[in-house]
Design a protein around this ligand. Sequence first.
Ligand SMILES: *Cc1c(COP(=O)(O)O)cnc(C)c1O
Length: 374
Amino acid sequence: MERLPVAGPWITEKEIQYVTDAVTNAWYGNANMYHERFEKAFAEYLGVKYAMALPTCTSAIHLSLLALGVAQGDEVIVPDITWIASSAPISYVGATPVFADVDPQTWCLSAQSFEACITPRTKAVIPVDLYGGMPDMDAIRAVAKKHNIAIIEDAAEALGAEYKGSKAGSLGDTGVFSFHGSKTVTTGEGGMLVTDHQDLFKRIQVLRDHGRQPGDRMFFNTEVAYKYKMSSMQAALGLAQLERIDELMERKRQQFQWYKEGLADVAGITLNAEPQGTRNAFWMVTVVLDPKLGLNKTQLMELLNQQGMDSRPFFHPLSSIPAYEDSEQAHLARQRNQVAYSISPYAINLPSALSLEKSQIEAACGALKRALAI
Ligand SMILES: *Cc1c(COP(=O)(O)O)cnc(C)c1O
């Protein structure tokens, strides 16, 4: 079987033209023209006031925490199931990550577990729109509001998803995105931070530019800060991709539909959820096995690999990986997070690159069925 990529972008002549124009013309007085266009188009698409292009999503989370004043001694709640980029910046600012359980249907942060994890030290929460699906943001926002906790919405995997008419990433105090090469909209490496709060945005402008006030021409730094900027070539690529967002989203949804049809007669598996009122961006088509099938994710990945098919493990609970396993919070999380620990061992991501055609997805469905011996 042909090796099907788990993730990968869709690049057209438009992207090549924009990047070529940037490398040719975005210098001197035009050095920022693609940043400005990309940020403006992004803010308009999201329906938010401010957007800032950054080198990564990780830096967007770091800046959000800094601007919110999260520091040593504070706690920040993250879902136990996510990529480590959601939680690593909590340590950068000297705060402590607290790993909450996830919801069995959406696999995203459980509002109930979030509330149970709150202490007087909790400053912020980072709900994650996992694999392009949306958490119950109304419930999460209600808990956050009641306890005066700031929300950083990690929409790295969910550009194009929607929740009750709002775009993913527009539902927190800040929203953060990734344009890593594996994400649906890519700039190779890159990120975006969005917010409606002018005070946060102004603070982030200073923090991301070595402590320079916006418009500073005297190179007169007012504090020691960070340098988090995207290049104009990346911004041009991002703009071209964003102008094609409907087409990219259509493609992701079509691919999910092919999987859904191809696996319709397979018992004991669950695919990504799309609760009423939400639109899933289906970054990665994901399958969760009923434990009764008698296979865990490692065994399933090996059976697929034997047929020449690549896949990815569902995120391991953060509280189970070496980076965190010895921490006190990881110990507490392992006792508390029954849903995370009941799903993660039995789930994988299927080939979901934008390049995949119907026949290739049918082949992937065939391989999965043979692995499950159906
Ligand atoms: C990809 C990803 C990130 C990190 O993005 P970078 O641009 O690589 O920093 C953060 N959170 C989640 C949920 C991701 O999937």
